[in-house]
Design a protein around this ligand. Structure first.
Ligand code: ARG
Length: 470
């Protein structure tokens, strides 16, 4: 059975590519292969890319000035319709590219059919995703800055607030709450650097690679790159249409960032629990229980922690999607979009809400301090004190272990042991020992670059403020 070819090749999907097909696509295949349900999100990048391509085609004399004018007019109408929610997306037109192009042709006729000269959906989709992702990256950077800003400003109020620092989740040494928060600032600062670096490799133009081999039309790819704000042009057409490593790099950035978020979220959950009681969260970030009236749960932090799983999962999905794909474009690549989109959405929403929530943390300094006192956090300070009196460190370590054992036996802190008891452990101990056994003494002593002394934290806060303002 054959039917007359329509004058609009995109009107019938079976003829979208050629008259070669003698029967329409099965309904199931249509639905299985269509991406328009999710890739319509790329519409603006698709139109911008097409306009830049059309301008270049006209400048090179490949299409006429009237064609360009018609394409511009049609695209303006399409953009307005999409923005207003009036555009009719058609499943049978498979993806965002064919939907926009078919509508353009319906609106402006032959000029619409000339747009695809020297272009393939293979270089078109790679261009669209890069353009779109670049825009999203530029919106994520301020959120990463806001996150750091929230942490730095909270830290600025707590350079003197002592909490236990942990290793193995056991009380280790006293640190300031500021110092602890500033550790996360370092992590998010590196995430921001990574993202800036990813952007450099996202921002390269594939268009002009056509299906895979380049094109016989005299395209000016540099011109298109300049129009679209790309920093450069993909130098190999096969690579341009097939690789998605820029998406993998973005996914890696996102996974690492979410892992950082999940650690902070986990600590917020712990700190807010009754057993720690280090902080409180503003009510607007908590939820209650339908059965236990006393509950205020840190759901936001828990969800942020949980959502790191899907972002890590998306990275695994995208890596697996690319693994073993022969050059060049394969339809597999259509599967890059949903994980990429969800990654962007998740990271964006998570950074936004976590930054806000950090700004709403109330610190319970007394509870932090009590916890630091409970765990013999100044034991290392006593050892350092003995070293300064001339003991080799290993001997000092052993002596202090005895002191801690005694203190545990008596149910007191190191600083509460009588001087006579301490002297019994080593005669070099004098009453100057008590200044090093206090939490503040311990904190102040760690005045090395990168250490927890309040002076160091203050210097870091000043550095971060200057960096984030710049
Ligand atoms: N929707 C496709 C994708 O997302 C566009 C490219 C299709 N190219 C092709 N030759 N089928 O990858």
């Amino acid at each position: 059975m054959s039917s007359l070819p329509s004058s609009d090749p995109l009107a019938n999907k079976a003829q979208a590519w050629s008259a070669l097909f003698s029967e329409p696509m099965s309904e199931l295949v249509k639905r299985y292969t269509a991406s328009v349900g999710f890739d319509q999100r790329l519409w603006r990048a698709d139109i911008d890319g097409s306009l830049a391509h059309a301008e270049m085609l006209a400048a090179q004399g490949i299409i006429g000035a009237q064609d360009l004018a018609d394409i511009r007019r049609g695209m303006a109408e399409i953009a307005a319709d999409i923005e207003a929610g009036r555009f009719e997306w058609k499943l049978e037109l498979e993806d965002v590219h064919l939907n926009v192009e078919a509508r353009l042709t319906a609106l402006v006729g032959d000029a619409g059919k000339r747009l695809h000269t020297g272009r393939s959906r293979n270089d078109q989709v790679a261009t669209d995703v890069r353009l779109w992702l670049r825009g999203e990256i530029d919106q994520l950077q301020p959120l990463l800055r806001a996150m750091q800003h929230a942490l730095v400003e909270l830290a600025a109020q707590h350079t003197e607030t002592v909490m236990p620092g942990f290793t193995h989740m056991q009380v280790a040494q006293p640190v300031s709450f500021a110092h602890h928060l500033l550790a996360y600032v370092e992590m998010f600062a590196r995430d921001a650097e990574r993202l800036a670096d990813v952007r450099r490799r996202v921002n390269v133009l594939p268009l002009g690679a056509a299906a895979l081999a380049g094109t016989s039309y005299p395209l000016d790819r540099e011109r298109v790159a300049r129009t679209l704000g790309f920093d450069g042009v993909c130098q190999n057409s096969l690579d341009a249409v097939s690789d998605r490593d820029f998406a993998l790099e973005f996914g890696s950035f996102a996974a690492i960032t979410m892992v950082h978020v999940s650690r902070l979220a986990e600590e917020i959950v712990l700190w807010m629990s009754q057993n720690f009681g280090f902080i409180d969260l503003a009510d607007r970030y908590c939820t209650g229980s339908s059965i236990m009236p006393q509950k205020r749960n840190p759901d936001v932090a828990e969800l942020a922690r949980g959502k790191s799983g899907r972002v890590v999962g998306h990275l695994m999905g995208m890596l697996t999607l690319m693994k073993g794909q022969p050059l060049t474009y394969n339809k597999d690549n259509q599967e890059d979009k949903e994980p990429l989109f969800d990654t962007v959405d998740t990271v964006r929403d998570t950074l936004r809400i976590m930054a806000e929530m950090v700004g709403g943390i109330t610190v319970k300094a007394d509870a932090m301090e009590r916890a630091a006192l409970r765990g013999y956090a100044t034991a290392t300070d006593l050892a350092d004190y003995l070293v300064k009196k001339g003991l080799p460190f290993r001997d000092a370590h052993e002596t202090v272990a005895h002191a801690v054992k005694l203190a545990i036996g008596q149910g007191v802190d190191l600083a509460q042991l009588p001087l006579a008891t301490l002297r019994g452990l080593h005669p070099s101990i004098g009453d100057d020992v008590f200044s090093v056994l206090t939490l503040r003494g311990s904190l102040n002593a760690r005045n090395v670059l990168g250490g927890t002394a309040p002076a160091q934290a203050a210097a870091q806060i000043a550095r971060h403020r200057a960096r984030l303002a710049g």
